[in-house]
Design a binder for this molecule. Structure first.
Ligand SMILES: [Zn+2]
Length: 224
């Protein structure tokens, strides 16, 4: 991997001294890659989904990261090569998650009779999260549960919403509120505090309070 890093660096900066490189594959929840230059050390963290990727793909992502950090123009060939690869990996990964879930917990679909959870997710993602959250598997539950209205399952990267919300009499803001809550679990992973699992921490609750139709949604939930 080192020759590839050096070669890609040289293409962008032919004469500058080589920094020391450090490369790690890291289990990011979504495909994510980061770069940081501190005290002459260039630290690259690549998603472990790219481990074992063909060399042109690794070269593409290294080029993109280095070009970003040095504010050089990014070669469009590299960008499209990388994007094509990631798209196909993400599709494969998602297909696998769906298969696993179907095998284990009877997953239904994101498209309900009244609401499409994929669409609700993307709308909220743009509105409240700058479109930055990777969409997990979205599904309506098999039963109309009143006890478990929604949950995020990190093991399968899936958000399951109780089918009780998929009715004409349920206002969209109530569906959005439940999905928004589960999306906050993506944004704020469970933390350990003094041996205790902290699921709804301070930042989580602050974000939840920011939901514009919080009062109406909570009032409606009482009627379910
Ligand atoms: Zn919760």
């Amino acid at each position: 991997m080192l020759p590839l890093l050096h070669e890609t660096y040289r293409e962008l900066r032919p004469r500058a001294p080589l920094p020391e490189f450090e490369l790690q594959f890291y289990p990011f929840a979504n495909i994510n890659n980061t770069i940081r230059l501190t005290d002459g050390r260039m630290r690259l963290r690549l998603s472990d989904l790219l481990e074992g990727a063909p060399e042109p793909i690794l070269k593409a992502i290294v080029h993109i990261l280095l070009a970003k950090i040095y504010r050089k123009p990014i070669d469009t060939g590299h960008t499209s090569r990388y994007r094509r690869y990631v798209a196909s990996r993400e599709m494969m990964q998602k297909a696998q998650q769906v298969r696993q879930l179907r095998g284990r917990k009877r997953i239904e679909s994101a498209q309900g009779a009244y609401y499409d959870l994929d669409e609700v997710f993307e709308t909220l993602n743009l509105r409240f999260f700058h479109g930055l959250l990777g969409r997990p598997v979205m599904s309506w539950s098999a039963e109309r549960s009143r006890r478990l209205l929604g949950h995020y399952d990190p093991a399968h990267n899936a958000i399951i919403i109780s089918k009780i919300f998929d009715q004409a009499r349920v206002p969209r803001l109530a569906v959005e509120y439940i999905v928004y809550h589960e999306m906050l679990h993506l944004k704020h992973p469970v933390k350990m505090r003094g041996g205790r699992r902290c699921v709804h921490g301070k930042e989580f609750r602050e974000d939840e309070e920011a939901f514009p139709y919080l009062q109406e949604a909570r009032l409606f939930l009482k009627t379910l």
